[in-house]
Design a protein around this ligand. Structure first.
Ligand code: PLP
Length: 387
């Protein structure tokens, strides 16, 4: 085949592959999808309908409508004390495009990007498209969080490999862990000495249960590219609206990448975004309390069933260890669970080699689906343990 060799090497994500493999199972209870089951708030939908009626149906400026940039500047300042001029914000096609635009803008062929793992699946393919290399930093022995020592070790080991950037994602998909301000400050010292960029994917910033979210750019403003968006905070995954926040010089470069990838995001979604950012400051916290109740319910049930998990303090995921008596991979486990108990979870290996031995539950599902799936998991455990 004559197509691009790096694209040929990219695999469809393990999350999608597994989801497709189990989708035909009748009555399957899905705890696989990483998207809110809650509806987009009504006032946001109304703003989009009004935008269509008022003919907001043409190209917007490349970086988004000025009103959206202003609303985002104010919102991220109020929420996380971030200080960005409206002109330092690009409205993107979800956080996904924001990540791609950031990586494709900063990376040269041969550069290295560090990534704490297990990690979300969308970073590695983009690093590969840029002809750069991704180096995982296994966090399984450090509480599923990157430590300054592990970061320094990776920097030392790759001192000749043009380490250009570190990707951070917290609250973290798939583990649900997040970092305290002190932990981030300790990381910042190592990062600043190395002088590398940080791409900080904070798409779950509204979903922290035990502590306020600290935006990394408040600690390292000059070289942090902040990624955020409305997909998770306002249940707006389908609207495709995200943001890149970064200093002027970086934004000027990223604007070019963004222009030739997508031109701009949808004008109608931008109208919805202005409403969400201006009058929807309480939407995220309202959703957070729904998820927090579900989180509390799920950890209680998992403990009763006798499964080990990482206590989640953010996002809407729980990373659970395979039962010690199970012989096989996380893919084998999730496949059997889907076929025999009709409960779908994501095999940990979908999040990199360091996720093997674990599986991910998403509790962005209704209370009745959560209850029924835990009942079926409990029953299946009893049945298989006695075999
Ligand atoms: N970043 C992380 C860590 C995610 O988990 C997701 C979606 O699951 C995204 C980015 C993509 O977000 P969006 O739907 O806004 O593109």
């Amino acid at each position: 085949m004559q197509t691009n060799i790096r694209i040929q090497q990219i695999q469809v994500s393990g999350i999608r592959r597994f989801d497709e493999a189990i989708s035909t199972i009748p009555d399957i209870l899905k705890l696989t999808v990483g998207e809110p089951d809650l509806p987009t708030p009504a006032h946001i939908k109304k703003a989009a309908i009004a935008a269509i009626r008022d003919d907001w149906t043409h190209y917007s400026p490349l970086m988004g409508f000025a009103a959206l940039q202003h609303a985002a500047s104010t919102y991220f300042n109020q929420k996380y004390q971030l200080n960005y001029d409206p002109e330092e914000i690009i409205a993107t096609v979800g956080a996904t495009e924001a990540v791609a635009t950031a990586l494709l803008t900063i990376l040269n062929p041969g550069d290295t990007v560090l990534l704490p793992t297990p990690a979300y699946t969308s970073y590695e393919p983009v690093v590969s498209m840029a002809n750069a290399q991704l180096v995982p930093i296994d966090t399984t022995t450090t509480g599923y969080k990157l430590t300054p020592t592990a970061l320094q070790t990776a920097l030392d080991e790759h001192v000749l490999d043009h380490v250009k950037a570190l990707i951070l994602n917290y609250p973290t998909n798939p583990t649900g862990v997040t970092y305290t301000r002190d932990e981030l400050q300790a990381l910042q010292k190592v990062i600043a000495t190395a002088g590398i960029y940080v791409i900080s994917d904070e798409i779950y910033s509204e979903l922290t249960y035990e502590q306020a979210h600290t935006a990394f750019a408040t600690l390292y403003p000059s070289k942090t590219i902040t990624i955020n968006g409305l997909s998770k905070s306002h249940a707006m995954t389908g609207w495709r609206l995200g943001f890149i926040l970064a200093p002027h010089d970086l934004i000027a470069e990223m604007k070019k990448t963004h222009q030739y990838l997508v031109t701009s995001t949808s004008s109608i979604s931008q109208a919805a975004g202005i409403e969400a950012l201006t009058n929807g400051l309480d939407d995220g916290p309202a959703m957070r309390s729904v998820y927090q109740e579900r989180r509390d319910y799920m950890v209680k049930r998992l403990s009763e069933i006798g499964l080990n998990y990482i206590y989640p303090t953010g996002a809407f995921y729980i990373f659970v260890q395979l039962p010690t008596d199970f012989e096989g991979s996380s893919w084998d486990f999730a496949t059997r669970l889907a076929h025999e108990a009709h409960v779908a979870v994501v095999p940990g290996s979908a999040f990199g080699a360091s996720g093997e031995g674990w599986f991910r539950i998403s509790y962005a599902a209704s209370q009745s689906v959560l209850r029924e799936s835990m009942n079926q998991l409990a029953l299946w455990r009893v049945q298989t343990a006695s075999q």
